[in-house]
Design a protein around this ligand. Structure first.
Ligand code: MCN
Ligand code: MOS
Length: 762
């Protein structure tokens, strides 16, 4: 790319940190030259197709494979009868049960849509055809379809999610103003554009896996542990991913099945999970329900928050969708009590979906605070500012940075909030009722170690190498910018290699933690490589800088020169030639000095070295305020979001163009959550009814209005080495309540149950 302007202080050009460089790999993705996991040209490929259970609970008694095996092209059929000889892998934190076998095709059926059989054939079509001929006999047992099932029970309390201070019940009882509401969110799904699947190949005991991944090292570890082979024997390759949103962080049962089949057949295997199968091959966002009671003074000062939440989990693992995740930190409150339970039902274990916990949690608290505002006749913006939290009341720690007040004020200004009339149904445009609503969001700063390698080549190119992932959020681009910045070269001179477990270790592309982590490592490695080059240039007998008397060198405009512009000026290639160097290679990580090899392995392949937002001296989070305008058709009840303005504090932005795109993407998902998305469960058999993109609705372009995004952040050097906070998830948090609040303003109807569909309004 061309550098648009000379570099000035605080005015970074596109290719530098803080510049608006467009996506480094964008052209490859849109022209089809980016190769995805299922597109690798591997010879002698066999194709696996999954058969999923059709009952919600019970046991596979018998699988009749005779007809499938006799079908054309079929190579093998795997069933619960087969002992695949696999071992259970570690959990996210590195804990591993001793000698625990792993059955990716289990005999026990825990949910409808569980993989129980795999058919492998010469072609995908043959495998799919033969899969229809597999006949499964079940012994069915009673099932709980969802937490609304009368037999579901109250579930179990998650002690680690219980929070409290002051005396919330007493303060609530004594408060002159009280509001109480129950807020619900349905099952939601990632529906990334690229469905799941993998291509897998063995060379002896070396396993190569091409699989879309948010975490190449963590997934490689899982494969190595399943198959009892050294970690180094697995290579997980994932340079391009068509979206993950939390669904591609871990290896899944079908991956074990495909890898086993490949080993058994002595041939590479490809397994494409169908769109329908994607709905049950891993978990989406759990359905949630939460009750919030607020106590306040007559002039709207919060006295107490009592929160009780519950989410669905599976019968075999606890995944809490933490309804109390945002509740304690959005407002100043001296008396607080929160509890979260999980209710086991016959579903695949739910998982992380963009903004896990914070997202449904903000729907609760941001709706409730608005109900309080209306009860006392106060402007919803004013009540938020009035109860502004000066520090984190939960941890007792100061905020590292929290520009939520600025977000509320600047967002309101840009939106034109002062022109709002308070009463519901007081703004209209013909038959359309107009509503304006606000909602706040937050997401924690999560820190993790990372590693990176920098190479300066003889031809003057700079390489950045890391196993980190870019699933669309911009990792390639911001790392290229970092190297370009440090070496003072055009971004065209930088190559970035990512997405391979054999490359240096990296944080997961999850929890909005990757950018801060990997930028720190690349910055450190690139600075060290530049220092090494400076050292050589000042001391090497062949260097033109040797006799300049300089003690450092400048790197800018593609040239290396002595300070004050005196003396020689060389390109990187010219300097490398003079130094007779083929390459300078430096590897650096952000682990503490003296970390052991075991520490390294743990750091890249588990989450055991990850730091939460309050583990240091501060409480660190990203913040946002969303302002939504809706238009509700008075006759039909249809809701359209006609305008959004959102202001964010995410600290320093490494690339504002990509950040704005991240924020908009989150907001668009939030609009989908508010108005469209809802996984429907058949209460008779626990089946996911709308397991396709025709019936599981996500927003299209024509559902999305103009979205204005504003940054109010300042660099936060507690949050990360370069001052940025997390960006990828905070955008979705707080959108749904902003829209629900706008719908209330438009219609006078408070919808506490997402999505806001027209049947709930008329
Ligand atoms: N960024 C920046 N300045 C910062 C922080 C981030 O410029 N201070 C920009 C960078 O372009 C960076 C991106 O924002 O690549 C996201 O950074 P970060 O917030 O650290 O998030 P991660 O890199 O860890 O990405 C994961 C995050 C998560 S957890 C989900 S879920 C999500 C998201 O990213 N899924 C996505 N954004 C997604 N975007 C796309 N296109 N596809 C997904 O599946
Ligand atoms: Mo994001 S849900 O943490 O991958």
């Amino acid at each position: 790319m061309t550098i648009m302007e000379p570099r000035k202080h605080g005015d970074a050009s596109d290719g530098m940190i803080g510049g608006r460089q467009s996506r480094f790999e964008g052209g490859m993705k849109v022209t089809g030259s980016a190769t995805y996991a299922l597109e690798y040209p591997v010879e002698r490929l066999a194709h696996a197709v999954l058969v999923q259970s059709t009952i919600p609970a019970g046991r596979v008694v018998k699988v009749d494979t005779a007809m499938a095996l006799a079908a054309p092209g079929v190579l093998t059929v795997l069933t619960p009868e087969d002992d695949l000889g696999l071992m259970t892998a570690v959990d996210w934190y590195g804990n591993r049960p001793e000698n625990q076998p792993y059955f990716p095709l289990p005999r026990e059926v825990r949910f409808n849509g569980q993989a129980i059989v795999a058919v492998v054939a010469e072609s995908r079509e043959q495998a799919a055809e033969a899969a229809k001929l597999v006949s499964v006999t079940y012994e069915e047992t009673p099932a709980i379809a969802s937490m609304d099932d009368p037999n579901a029970g109250a579930g179990k309390v998650m002690d680690n999610l219980t929070a409290g201070w002051g005396d919330a019940e007493a303060a609530l009882a004594a408060a002159p103003i009280k509001v109480e509401g129950e807020y619900r969110t349905p099952r939601e799904y990632h529906v990334a554009m690229e469905p799941h699947g993998l291509t897998v190949k063995w060379d002896g005991d070396q396993l190569t896996v091409w699989e879309p991944s948010q975490w190449s090292h963590g997934m490689a570890r899982t494969y190595s542990e399943w198959f009892g082979i050294p970690y180094e024997n697995v290579q997980l390759i994932s340079p391009f991913i068509g979206g993950g949103f939390g669904s591609k962080g871990g290896a899944l049962a079908y991956g074990a099945v495909a890898a086993f089949a490949a080993r058994k057949l002595g041939r590479p295997v490809k397994l494409a999970v169908t769109r329908a199968q994607n709905f049950t091959s891993y978990g989406g966002r759990a359905a949630t329900r939460q009750t919030i009671k607020l106590g306040a003074t007559e002039d709207g000062i919060l006295q107490a928050i009592v929160h009780r939440g519950v989410s669905e989990t599976s019968t075999y693992a606890d995944w809490p969708e933490q309804t109390g995740a945002a509740t304690p930190i959005l407002y100043k409150v001296e008396n607080f009590s929160s509890q979260h339970r999980v209710v086991p039902v016959n579903t695949v274990t739910p998982g992380a979906l963009r903004g896990p916990g914070k997202n449904p949690s903000s729907f609760g608290i941001e709706s409730a605070i608005e109900e309080l505002a209306y009860k006392i006749g106060m402007d919803p913006l004013e009540i938020r500012l009035k109860n502004y939290a000066d520090h984190d009341y939960q941890s007792g720690k100061p905020w590292s940075t929290r520009r939520l007040r600025e977000a509320l004020i600047e967002g309101a200004e840009a939106f034109g909030w002062s022109r709002r009339s308070h009463a519901p149904r007081s703004m209209r445009d013909g038959r359309q009722l107009i509503g304006w609503g606000v909602g706040c969001g937050t997401f924690p700063v999560i820190q993790a170690p990372s590693e990176a390698l920098i190479r300066i080549l003889a031809n003057g190119r700079v390489e950045v190498v890391s196993g980190a992932i870019d699933m669309g959020q911009g990792t390639y681009t911001i790392l290229a910018q970092t190297a370009a910045d440090i070496f003072g070269v055009s971004i065209d001179q930088v190559d970035v290699r990512l997405g391979d477990s054999r490359l240096p270790g990296s944080a997961i592309a999850g929890g909005s933690m990757l950018a801060g982590s990997i930028m720190g490592a690349v910055h450190k490695a690139a600075t060290a490589a530049r220092d090494e080059l400076i050292g050589l240039a000042l001391n090497d007998a062949n260097s033109p800088f040797r006799d300049t008397g300089a003690n450092t060198l400048n790197f800018s405009d593609g040239r290396v020169s002595a300070p004050r512009g005196e003396g020689p000026s060389l390109t990187l290639a010219e300097l490398m030639a003079r130094l007779k160097r083929a390459e300078i290679e430096i590897r650096r990580n952000t682990l503490p000095e003296g970390a052991s090899a075991q520490d390294h392995h743990q750091a890249w392949t588990t989450l055991s070295k990850v730091m939460g937002p309050t583990m240091g001296d501060y409480s660190m989070h990203s913040w946002c305020a969303h302002f939504a305008e809706v238009r509700v058709d008075e006759d039909f009840g249809t809701v359209r979001v006609s305008r959004m303005v959102s202001a964010f504090d995410c600290g320093r932005l490494y690339n504002p163009r990509l950040v704005e795109s991240q924020w908009r993407g989150g907001i668009i998902m939030g609009i989908g959550q508010a108005l469209l998305e809802e996984g429907l469960v058949d209460m008779r058999n626990g089946r996911t009814v709308n397991n396709n993109m025709g019936d599981y609705l996500v927003p299209t372009n024509s559902d999305i209005p103009d979205i204005q995004v504003i940054s109010v952040g300042v660099p936060d050097y507690n949050a990360s080495a370069l001052g940025g906070k997390g960006v990828g998830e905070v955008g979705i948090v707080g959108v749904a309540p902003a829209i629900a609040n706008a719908v209330f303003h438009a219609t006078g109807k408070r919808i506490r149950d997402l999505p806001i569909t027209l049947d709930k309004l008329i």
